[in-house]
Design a protein around this ligand. Sequence first.
Ligand code: FES
Length: 340
Amino acid sequence: MSIAPPPFPNARARALAAVTGLAQRVSERSGRRRSPAPPVDRSLAVEVRAVHRPCPDVAEVVLVPAGAEPLPRWRPGAHVDVRLPSGLWRQYSLCGDPADRSCYRIAVRAVPGGTGSAQVHAVTPGTRLILRGPRNAFPLAAAPEYLFLAGGIGITPIAPMVRAVHAAGRPWRLVHTGHDLASMPLSGELAALAPDRVRRRPDDRDGPPDAAELLAGTSSSAAVYCCGPPPMIDAVRRALPAGQRLHSERFSPPPIRDGRPFTVRIDGGPEVAVPADRTALDAVRAVRPDVPYSCRQGFCGTCHVRLLSGTTVADTAGPGRTALCVGRSAGADLVVDLGG
Ligand code: FES
């Protein structure tokens, strides 16, 4: 859905327009913007400058360019693909200041059993990493006012949005949920901007949040931005009045709705049955565990392969290709080339 840019009648509003890039942007009702993977030659070499621990299980990593060039520009909501020391690619939201091109900041919670987060927590100053991007799948659009909802580490893309909207003088509120205050990074410093606009809501004190409570007092003209676990986003979406805008970003793949089984034939290899409730990526990796993936949401490009025959739906990979993590057959079976 295209959104016509509203007028920007004053300097602060023009500042917000510059941050959001609304004039060039097409925003989706879901807030999820699918963008193609950047070409490999846009890879950036960076070095870890510092690692902070804003919470016991969160590593906030400061990345600086390995060369003399400043880092590419970005806007609130953007993420980078990070190649970790093992070669794994993972996506992390940028949570620092977009105006500071001398460094990027990411904040990563340690996930029990998580290989990616464990590697981020193991980096030390001087560790070299490769980045791709930044890209923005969660753009900040101009709106008369904002409600920001963050669940746990979902605060990372929200933090630069809050700072931008605050600097532009627009009305905003933030509700940050989490298990306990000690596990909720970044919102303490955001509260210093405007204490009466930030509610830090730990479950151990206030009980599990419900969507009606999170949305209480929100005007119908507010843009609602939500980043957190899928149940939180789904509950907020269900509780919003019809017509109210929701922009969201998930931690994990969206559920498969109304999926139908199909078959993927790997060129020169076996046929793989894809059940109605699984992705082609899951099914293919059961026989070819070396097939790479990262975001599992269609936008990073890691699992995109050449589509030799068949037609897909829900795909994000562009003509002649398919994203194994989200693309499904539109009817006939698919034939893919895993080498391309
Ligand atoms: S596009 Fe990222 S894993 Fe499929």
